[in-house]
Design a protein. Structure first.
Length: 405
């Protein structure tokens, strides 16, 4: 039990460090250090956990992919490609309610910490035009921008799974995630979008044709790497070179090399390094893994297994305010279980969803903090806007698990 308390105590430091305004990457490194000291695994095992991040091929592949994604995201922001995507979308889709859903979801494909701040201005402006109260605008931005983390192969959370369990197919995990994310999107529409009033504009077919061509052009850096990966099997960090080349071709090319170097986000990459170190330490905590294994061995029903998974996943997501950090704790435990075939995918997908629910409603959720600050509302007002949304997400996650099992 000592190692379980060591994990809980280490991760309880995260909210305290956030309150001290310490960046996520540094917070996770400090957490990894505290966990290493409290774990009782010894200095040699801690060294192994750190070195494995830079030696293991799957970890290196993930770090390279995350590095490339930060560069792509920075370049698309620098050259105003996000604005052009929104403009071209507005030329095709005249239903503003649909745009409210799509814009944060599309911008959510750019993987940056607190990325809701990128979509917040668009949603805020559109919300003003449609006379939507501020807390509702914030809720819309937060709900729909997180769709991408479930389905985008190079989202940080999925890349961490790929680095931790390289034998699994990321596209298969995405398929399982759809069982959760589709109902979540539909529920989000009915709770936050459906009752909004708007006047639909009429556009000429000519404008729609130009808008569609522009949309396909400006979103091409997002989807081309996925196509390259599917067709060639090349790792994402190589496939993403194609995305960066496309940004060069569709941008004004001014100061491109300097902007490329400037776009690399060391903080995001450092966050992933810290997460892998935490994962490595947990993998060497035999007592903790034994407790987790015994919990499952003693679970004599699917319902009991579901409850064990839900509580652990939700709790770590809520405490850390980071889905990636919570998955760093859970993945070593899941990989230690004697399960294979489809079951391992169900477990990971369910842990992914439950960790998301905990992270999403965490008071230290960065996206929420940035959105609330930008839009000038309060966390209390946004929580009030959610109403039954947290409970519904919990029910959906559990139903998804039971259906898949």
């Amino acid at each position: 039990m000592y190692q379980l308390f060591a994990v809980i105590l280490s991760f309880l430091c995260i909210p305290i460090l956030f309150r001290l305004k310490i960046k996520l990457s540094k917070t996770l490194f400090i957490t990894a250090g505290i966990l290493g000291l409290l774990s009782g695994i010894g200095i040699d095992s801690i060294k192994e956990a750190v070195l494995s991040v830079f030696i293991d091929s799957s970890s290196l592949s993930t770090l390279l992919a995350v590095s490339m994604v930060t560069i792509l995201s920075g370049l698309m922001k620098e050259y105003g490609i996000l604005d052009k995507i929104v403009e071209s979308m507005a030329a095709i889709i005249k239903n503003k309610k649909i745009i409210l859903m799509i814009v944060p979801a599309l911008i959510g494909m750019l993987i940056v910490p607190g990325g809701a701040l990128l979509s917040a201005p668009f949603i805020n402006n559109l919300g003003e035009e449609m006379d939507i109260k501020v807390s509702r605008r914030a809720a819309i931005n937060l709900v729909f921008r997180h769709i991408a983390m479930f389905v985008l192969p190079y989202s940080t959370s999925l890349l961490i799974i790929a680095g931790s369990m390289p034998e699994l197919s990321i596209f298969k995990i995405i398929l399982y995630n759809l069982v959760y994310v589709i109902p979540m999107t539909i529920i989000g529409y009915f709770m936050f979008i459906k009752d909004l009033r708007h006047e639909e504009e009429v556009s000429e077919k000519k404008d729609k044709g130009k808008g569609l061509l522009a949309l396909l052009t400006y979103t091409s850096p997002i989807y081309i790497s996925v196509i390259i990966n599917l067709l060639t099997g090349l790792p994402f960090y190589i496939a993403l070179i194609g995305s960066i080349v496309l940004v060069y071709l569709i941008s004004d090319k001014k100061g491109f090399l300097m902007n490329l170097l400037k776009s690399f986000n060391l903080s995001t990459v450092s966050t992933v390094i810290a997460i892998f170190i935490i994962k490595g330490i947990i993998l060497r905590m035999d007592e903790l893994l034994l407790i987790f294994n015994n919990s499952f061995a003693q679970s004599n029903s699917i319902f009991t297994i579901m409850i064990v998974f839900f509580i652990s996943s939700f709790l770590f997501g809520f405490i850390t305010g980071s889905q990636q950090a919570s998955m760093a704790i859970l993945l070593p435990m899941i990989s230690a279980l004697q399960v294979s075939g489809e079951t391992i995918y169900v477990y990971i997908s369910f842990a992914f969803a439950c960790a998301f629910v905990g992270y999403f409603f965490s008071p230290i959720h960065l996206c929420q903090a940035f959105t609330v600050e930008y839009m000038g509302t309060s966390t209390k007002e946004v929580y009030s806007e959610y109403k039954y949304f947290p409970l519904i997400l919990v029910i959906v996650s559990m139903l998804s698990f039971l259906i898949l099992m």
